[in-house]
Design a protein around this ligand. Structure first.
Ligand SMILES: *Cc1c(COP(=O)(O)O)cnc(C)c1O
Length: 231
């Protein structure tokens, strides 16, 4: 797919998002489209930005830094959505507005210490490993309340909500099951006094199910940009 197709793809994706939001009795504005640029050429990201996409997600630090530098004339919002390594937190604390994949207090403490003082607080979501998958990051649900309380107490970070990468499911009902679990965890934390407003959930194959269950950020790569070129 060439960048010239981007405006049409984007319009289709936004229409599907709006339809799912309407089906859930929600406004289209209540869901943010996060364009996931990993292994996508820069010109596709530039085309998305030109078409009005504001939020961009990246998984790999080096790739992200090159893209952030190349697109710095636009005032885009960059989200880190990849695996966090505790020895590589400083550039993330410096270059991103959001981190979606926080799952350890040690990494949170480093991000808090390394967030530049002139920058606004770093928005963070805690990744929850809903299905106990060993191949994926994320805090175990039973450890979530403790981690959330500890992260919320750190300076320079603003705990915004929860993120998940559930097991791939074909059936809409199964997709919704996992997203409902994440929403339940968020509601429990808020019921215990937290003030979280973000559910980062849903990707190309399941974003409508996620919106039906309350997603406020959907992370979309291939449905928007086409197949990834490098992996
Ligand atoms: C790659 C990726 C996405 C986007 O996946 P698509 O299926 O291409 O939409 C979303 N979230 C995370 C964490 C990813 O790594």
């Amino acid at each position: 797919m060439g960048p010239q197709n981007l405006p049409l793809r984007l319009a289709e994706v936004r229409a599907r998002m709006a339809q799912a939001a309407a089906a859930a009795g929600r406004s289209a504005q209540s869901v943010t489209l996060l364009a996931v640029g990993k292994a996508q050429p820069l010109e596709r990201l530039a085309a998305a930005a030109a078409a009005g996409v504001q939020d961009f997600g990246e998984n790999y630090l080096e790739e992200a830094r090159a893209k952030i530098a190349a697109l710095q004339d636009r005032t885009l919002t960059w989200h880190f959505i990849g695996r966090l390594q505790s020895n590589k937190t400083r550039p993330i604390a410096e270059a991103f507005a959001w981190v979606h994949t926080l799952d350890r207090l040690k990494v949170a403490e480093r991000l808090a210490a390394q967030r530049p003082f002139h920058a606004p607080p770093l928005n963070v979501c805690l990744q929850v490993n809903l299905a106990g998958e060993a191949s994926k990051g994320g805090v175990a649900p039973q450890e979530l309340p403790g981690l959330a309380a500890a992260v919320a107490a750190l300076p320079r970070l603003r705990l915004r909500g929860l993120m998940c990468l559930p097991p791939p499911e074909q059936e809409r009902a199964r997709q919704r099951y996992w997203f409902a679990q994440l929403r339940m965890h968020l509601e429990r934390l808020n019921g215990a006094g937290a003030a979280l407003d973000t559910l980062s959930m849903g990707m190309s194959d399941d974003f409508e199910a996620a919106i039906l269950e309350g997603a406020t950020i959907v992370r979309l790569g291939t449905v928007l940009f086409g197949p990834r070129s490098v992996q």
